[in-house]
Design a binder for this molecule. Structure first.
Ligand SMILES: [Fe+2]
Ligand SMILES: [Fe+2]
Length: 251
């Protein structure tokens, strides 16, 4: 998280996951997580309302801007996964750490695939401004693992499951099958990330003797300011363990 340079951060994330799964790292949590991870000089980070309009992805420029936005999301997702492992790993145990370090490695791969695609299209990660504020959810939920899981994987990453199929269709319609294939691979991985979120959340609920739908609803109302609205990708959400009952917030 202290590595700012994007390619180096992606490589470091994959290395820490590899070393954890090879049994080379101790289960020790004596270093505090940074409040904000190191950020590279580019992209310039702008508040959401100051972001230039991206268009609907019809033009090649519009599609490059969309890939850039997705690349930035993956870049921040590396730190979100590392932060979950480092901040809550001591209390949640080795299984939790392994799952989130695996997610960090996936996000690093997603970032690398999109960054390479941008270069092939004559652009690069950092060539355009990017959305500041993706770290807000981490800050907002740093005090409680249940809040973190309820908001980051179960709301934000789940939102990705809903919108990615539409984005894939848009790239296919434009004849950019290579970008579409990258997004399909990302979608498959993200189903697993949401499932990790859901299953760890349910485990926490069980230990606290809480009802998952009720606690999820309370935490999302408290810590997430956006709306959770359809259309939902029902089949992907079902595979990820996000049942209708859970999302409706009914006990
Ligand atoms: Fe990802
Ligand atoms: Fe993810």
């Amino acid at each position: 998280m202290l590595t700012a340079e994007p390619e180096a951060k992606a490589m470091a994330a994959r290395a820490v996951a590899r070393r954890w799964h090879a049994g080379e790292l101790a289960f020790a949590f004596d270093v505090a997580m940074p409040d904000v991870p190191a950020r590279p000089e580019a992209p310039q980070l702008l508040p959401p309302n100051a972001m230039p309009k991206r268009g609907r992805g019809g033009s090649e420029r519009g599609r490059i801007a969309l890939l850039h936005a997705l690349c930035h999301i993956e870049f921040v997702a590396i730190d979100l996964a590392l932060d979950a492992a480092g901040r809550f790993g001591a209390e949640r145990g080795p299984g939790f750490v392994g799952d989130w370090l695996g997610v960090a490695a996936d996000e690093a791969m997603h970032f690398a695939l999109l960054a390479r695609r941008l270069r092939t299209l004559g652009s690069a990660y950092g060539a355009m401004p990017a959305h500041d504020g993706l770290w807000d959810a981490a800050r907002e939920t740093a005090h409680d693992v249940a809040a973190r899981l309820a908001v980051v994987p179960m709301v934000l990453e789940a939102r990705g499951l809903d919108v990615t199929p539409i984005t894939i269709e848009r790239f296919e319609a434009a004849g950019d099958l290579r970008s579409a294939r990258i997004l399909q691979r990302i979608l498959d991985d993200e189903i697993r990330h949401v499932r990790f979120g859901t299953s760890h959340f349910e485990r926490v609920c069980e230990e606290r003797d809480e009802s998952p739908p009720q606690l999820w609803k309370a935490l999302v109302e408290r810590h997430f300011r956006g709306a959770i609205k359809p259309p939902f990708n029902d089949s992907a959400r079902r595979k990820a363990g996000l049942s209708y009952e859970l999302m409706a917030g009914v006990a």
